[in-house]
Design a protein around this ligand. Structure first.
Ligand SMILES: [Zn+2]
Length: 362
C-alpha cells in the first residue's frame, strides 16, 4: 500500500530543485546574527519569528518597493567572506534536511562587491560554503549535491564578465548562468554578446522569462538567446487556449517549448506573491502539467515565501490532488533538466529518485 502523503513523507521523498536564490533563502536567525556581527542596523526587528513574518508579509504586500527591501536586508548582511560561507553552508544543510538530493542555487556575485571582495573571492566563498554544507549534511546522514548558477542583474551592465566568471569556475561547481532582476524593460536581447559567448563556450544557461512579462520575453529568451531552460515561464500559458468544451489549442511558441522539452522552472508560491498567478489552485502549473510540458517545481525564495520544496509539493498535492507518481514526475523532470553531466543525472534518477519513490508507492 502506498505511504499516505503526509508532510513528513513528502519531506522524506527525494526532491530536485533548480531555481532557488541564495539571498532569498537565509534563516531569519542567521540574518539577525550576521547583522549583529557586521553592525548592520536597518533590520525591522531582531526577533527571529517576527522577522520571518516580516519577510513573508513584505513579499506578499504587492509592493515592489517592499519586496526589493527584503533583498536589501539579506544582501546587506552577506557582505563578507564569512557571511557568504555561512549562508551557503546553511542553504545546503536546510535543503538536505528537506529531502532535496540535488539543487542548483543561484545568486548574483556583483551584489556582494560592496564588501570589497573581488568577484572571484565571492564565488570561492560561496563554493566553500556549499562544500561545507554538503559535508555537514553527510554527517547528519543526508546526501545532497549543490550546483551553482551565477546571475547577472538585468538592469546592470557587465553581463559578459559574469558569464566569463561562470565559465572560469565551471570545473569547480558552477554549472550555469542566468539573468535575474526586473524583467520588464530589460529584455534578454540586451545581452546578445553574453549568450553568444556562452554558446561558443558550450556553457549552460537559463533565463528568467515569462514571470513579470509575457510571451515576447519567453520568445526572446528561447529564440534569440538560446536559453536551455526558462526561469518561471508561467506566461507560456498565454499561448495555450482552452475552449469551453475542453479542447486545447497550443500556439507556435508554446508548441516549440513543449516539443523541445524546454524545462519550466515554476515557483508556485513565489508566483502567487508577485501576482504572476492568482492562487496555487489557479496556477498554470495545473494545465501545463496536464499537457505534459517539461514542468519542474521550485522554491525561488524560501525566506520571502516561507516555503520549502516539501511545502511547495504539499501545496500542489492539496490544490490538484497529485499523488506520488506526479511528484516523481516533477522530480525526474528536474533531474533530466539539471546542468550537470548526463551520467550524473542518470545515476541520481536510477539510484536515488526512482528507488525513493518506489519505496513510497509500494
Ligand atoms: Zn527567481
Amino acid at each position: 500500500m502506498a505511504t499516505p502523503m503526509s508532510p513528513d513523507a513528502i519531506r522524506r521523498a527525494p526532491k530536485v530543485l533548480l531555481h532557488d536564490h541564495l539571498d532569498g533563502g537565509l534563516r531569519p536567525q542567521t540574518v539577525i546574527e550576521l547583522a549583529d556581527t557586521i553592525g548592520y542596523r536597518d533590520l525591522p526587528t531582531t526577533d527571529p519569528a517576527q522577522l520571518g513574518t516580516w519577510f513573508r508579509d513584505a513579499a506578499d504586500s504587492g509592493s515592489l518597493e517592499r519586496y526589493l527591501e527584503t533583498f536589501a536586508h539579506t544582501c546587506g548582511v552577506m557582505q563578507s567572506e564569512q557571511a557568504l560561507v555561512r549562508v551557503a553552508a546553511e542553504a545546503a544543510e536546510d535543503l538536505a534536511a528537506d529531502g532535496v538530493v540535488y539543487a542548483e542555487v543561484r545568486y548574483a556575485p556583483e551584489l556582494f562587491e560592496p564588501s570589497g571582495l573581488s568577484l572571484e573571492q565571492v564565488v570561492q566563498a560561496v563554493q566553500e560554503g556549499f562544500r561545507l554544507g554538503e559535508r555537514r549534511a553527510a554527517e547528519a546522514g543526508r546526501t545532497i549535491r549543490v550546483g551553482t548558477l551565477l546571475c547577472a542583474m538585468r538592469q546592470n551592465e557587465g553581463w559578459l564578465r559574469i558569464a566569463e566568471l561562470a565559465v572560469r569556475y565551471r570545473d569547480e561547481g558552477v554549472v550555469g548562468f542566468d539573468i535575474a532582476g526586473p524583467e520588464a524593460g530589460f529584455p534578454p536581447t540586451r545581452g546578445r554578446d553574453t549568450f553568444e559567448y556562452l554558446r561558443q563556450q558550450n556553457a549552460h544557461f537559463t533565463i528568467h522569462a515569462g514571470e513579470a512579462f509575457g510571451l515576447p520575453s519567453i520568445w526572446e529568451a528561447v529564440q534569440h538567446c538560446g536559453a536551455a531552460r526558462l526561469g518561471h515561464g508561467v506566461r507560456i500559458v498565454d499561448d495555450v487556449k482552452v475552449d469551453p468544451d475542453g479542447s486545447v489549442h497550443i500556439g507556435r511558441l508554446a508548441g516549440f517549448v513543449r516539443d523541445r522539452r524546454i524545462p519550466l522552472e515554476m515557483c508556485p508560491s513565489s508566483n502567487v506573491q508577485t501576482g504572476a498567478a492568482k492562487s496555487i489552485a489557479e496556477h498554470p502549473i495545473g494545465l501545463l502539467t496536464k499537457l505534459r510540458f517539461r514542468v519542474t517545481v521550485n522554491t525561488d525564495n524560501r525566506l520571502m515565501s516561507g516555503c520549502s520544496m516539501s511545502s511547495e509539493f504539499a501545496a500542489l498535492v492539496d490544490a490538484f490532488g497529485y499523488g506520488w507518481s506526479e511528484l516523481q514526475w516533477f522530480t525526474v523532470n528536474a533531474m533530466k533538466s539539471a546542468f550537470i553531466g548526463f551520467d550524473e543525472r542518470l545515476a541520481l534518477i536510477n539510484d536515488v529518485i526512482k528507488p525513493g519513490y518506489a519505496a513510497l508507492m509500494d
